[in-house]
Design a binder for this molecule. Structure first.
Ligand code: CA
Length: 243
């Protein structure tokens, strides 16, 4: 039996160490990081069974980390919030966090919540391999791995998000602005070019020729759509097995 993996995101070193020590004592495998970008990076490269997320982080806010994780995964998330920060808490729960603890909290209470969520997440279900295939392109949504023509493709977190967002509904057109929101998490203008670069890099990695695309089509003046062609789609979107 493999140990359950926990991602702990907390910028305050003492709290981080205490949380890490308590969870490790439970036989959990802990990865502890100090900010949101490290968290997303860890999340893009490893599979976690639960995330403990401080909302008040330097740089990328905890809410944003929560939203980006939730966009690609239904992993249980426990937020750590400041006393009195109701708005934060509501925002976090709106974004799909499962539970929260108000600081200062007892590490034992945290351990109890983590165990409860792990139990809830695994009641009556085997962890499913959510794998979707579009012709030569395969996406392993639980392991965050992508294969094209039988070769594993190394994608950045943004490229992976872009690919999963676009391929979730093949044939659907996404505007650049929508992709900025869904992939980068910003809701203001000016980042459309960043999406263009991510698309360019993703195409290069997938060996996709923009003039004769196998996967990602440019919709002129609008944005992009993922369309692997009528005869190659084996999965009708990602919904099977991921909910
Ligand atoms: Ca903090």
């Amino acid at each position: 039996m493999t140990a359950r993996r926990v991602l702990v995101v907390e910028d305050e070193p003492h709290t981080r160490e205490v949380v890490e020590a308590y969870l490790e004592r439970q036989g959990l495998w802990v990865t502890a990081v100090g900010d949101g970008s490290q968290a997303l990076d860890a999340f893009a490269h490893h599979r976690f069974d639960i995330v403990v997320l401080d909302l008040n982080l330097p740089g990328l806010p905890g809410e944003e980390v929560c939203r980006r994780i939730r966009d690609v995964s239904d992993v249980p998330i426990i937020m750590l919030t400041a006393k009195g920060a109701e708005e934060e808490r509501v925002a976090g729960l709106d974004l799909g966090a499962d539970d929260y603890l108000v600081k200062p909290f007892s590490p034992r209470e945290l351990v109890a919540r983590v165990r409860a969520l792990l139990r809830r997440a695994h009641v009556g279900e085997e962890p499913q391999r959510a794998r979707v295939a579009y012709g030569p392109l395969e996406i392993d949504l639980s392991a965050h791995r992508v294969f094209c023509d039988g070769e594993e493709i190394e994608l950045t977190a943004s490229e992976y998000r872009l690919l999963t967002v676009l391929s979730r509904f093949p044939g659907r057109v996404y505007t650049r602005m929508e992709l900025v929101e869904k992939v980068l998490g910003y809701d203001f203008e000016g980042y459309e070019r960043a999406i263009d670069s991510h698309v360019k890099n993703l195409r290069a990695k997938l060996g996709d020729d923009p003039r004769e695309p196998r996967f990602i089509h440019t919709v002129f003046g609008v944005g992009y759509r993922f369309d692997p062609g009528d005869d190659t789609a084996e999965g009708a979107g990602h919904d099977a097995g991921t909910t």
